[in-house]
Design a protein around this ligand. Structure first.
Ligand code: ADP
Length: 206
């Protein structure tokens, strides 16, 4: 017999699918990987703006907002890079369970580190975007002045300079940001993403 003081609420708890129905969207994690200066932040912001215009609810996670908050105790050693991405993946999963589209821009430099993210988030939820620009282009852009510091030895283990970057082997989307305009890059992303997140009242329509 169920005790008088226990009030099961499982039937009252909304699951992800209920929340997706309410938001009229399908949640995904859009995971943008690439060198510093390749265009992750730029692409993430533009995707968010375009999705928002179309009525989608999104959350952008990127290096700066995560490393100054939830991950402010982590550095750039191999171990800390894995822990950084592990926590980000768990946070992304929370957004997924709320039905929210999560747009993540993180260097996530190795195949193994992105594999961990995929395993935590679930392959079916994961859209991998490789923003690809050659190192010399990223270094010329030097958006945050970090390459200059890395070359001067002021920053150690900087990806592309004295730490490796392993390109994804089979990204869902690859953008050569040294060849395409920002608008064309964003369009290429949206062409892939929109069919994945569009909600249909009758799910068989998809
Ligand atoms: P990251 O977040 O990868 O470090 P940022 O987005 O901060 O890179 O910087 C990328 C720079 O490259 C910006 O100055 C942006 O205007 C420029 N850029 C030029 N073409 C593109 C493109 N097609 N996509 C994204 N960024 C581009």
């Amino acid at each position: 017999m169920v005790s008088k003081n226990i009030h099961p609420v499982f039937h009252q708890i909304l699951n992800r699918s209920d929340k997706e129905d309410r938001l009229r969207q399908h949640a995904k994690v859009i995971w943008i990987t690439g060198l510093s200066g390749a265009g992750k932040t730029t692409i993430a912001r533009h995707i968010e703006k375009e999705l928002s215009k179309r009525g989608f609810l999104t959350q952008v996670l990127d290096g700066d907002n995560i490393r100054t908050g939830v991950n402010n105790n982590l550095g750039f050693s191999e171990e800390d890079r894995f822990e950084n991405i592990r926590r980000i993946s768990e946070v992304s999963k929370l957004f997924l369970s709320c039905g929210i589209i999560c747009i993540n821009g993180f260097i996530s430099p190795s195949i193994a580190i992105r594999q961990m993210a995929k395993e935590i988030i679930g392959l079916e939820n994961f859209i991998e975007v490789f923003v690809n620009a050659p190192l010399n282009v990223c270094e010329q852009r030097d958006v945050k002045g970090l390459y200059k510091k890395a070359r001067a030895g002021e920053i150690k283990q900087f990806t592309g300079i004295d730490a490796p970057f392993e390109p994804p082997l089979h990204p869902d989307i690859e953008i050569r940001t040294d060849r395409l305009s920002i608008e064309a890059s964003v369009k290429k992303c949206l062409d892939f993403i929109l069919p994945e997140i569009t909600w249909y009242k009758n799910k068989n329509q998809k």
